[in-house]
Design a protein around this ligand. Sequence first.
Ligand SMILES: [Zn+2]
Length: 177
Amino acid sequence: MKYLDLHKYLKGMKKQVLLLNQDNSPLNIITIGKAFKLLSRDKVYGDETSAECYEVVSVSKIVKIPKVLILKYYVKLPYKKAAASRKNILRRDSYCCQYCGTTLHNDNATIDHITPRCKGGSSSWINMVTSCKKCNLFKGSKTLKEAKMELKNKPKEPSYGFLFESMLITFRKQKNA
Ligand SMILES: [Zn+2]
């Protein structure tokens, strides 16, 4: 398998690698494909002798990719606001319907706009909550008042640290799987 083929192959894998800054502080969770790219460009290092490695078997050799990589240079993090993406909203709300309190999974959770988009509601942290399909359907394009519904928690923008922590938890879960 040539370099390019291997890279293409890794790109399709969902395995994750923890990327640390030069000072060992956690920076990001990256895909194994990106990890391989950084390794082959000599931008990171990791302990390839440790048991904490992914082993990718190609035609001619076994490629070891450490589950934790450290950058060879220091990256100064700009203040970054976490995106109000579906995934992040679900994480903030702990996959809990903010109307009835039901615990949801990724495939049955929906995102509800508190003030409906058709009434000028924005797609922001404070206007979006996790909702089960039933509550979302019931609320429809009504406002909270019109639907006579109440929120379990007042939605707010989480800190970057909170989101990073939940990323790490997901990573640990995958690692232990
Ligand atoms: Zn619900």
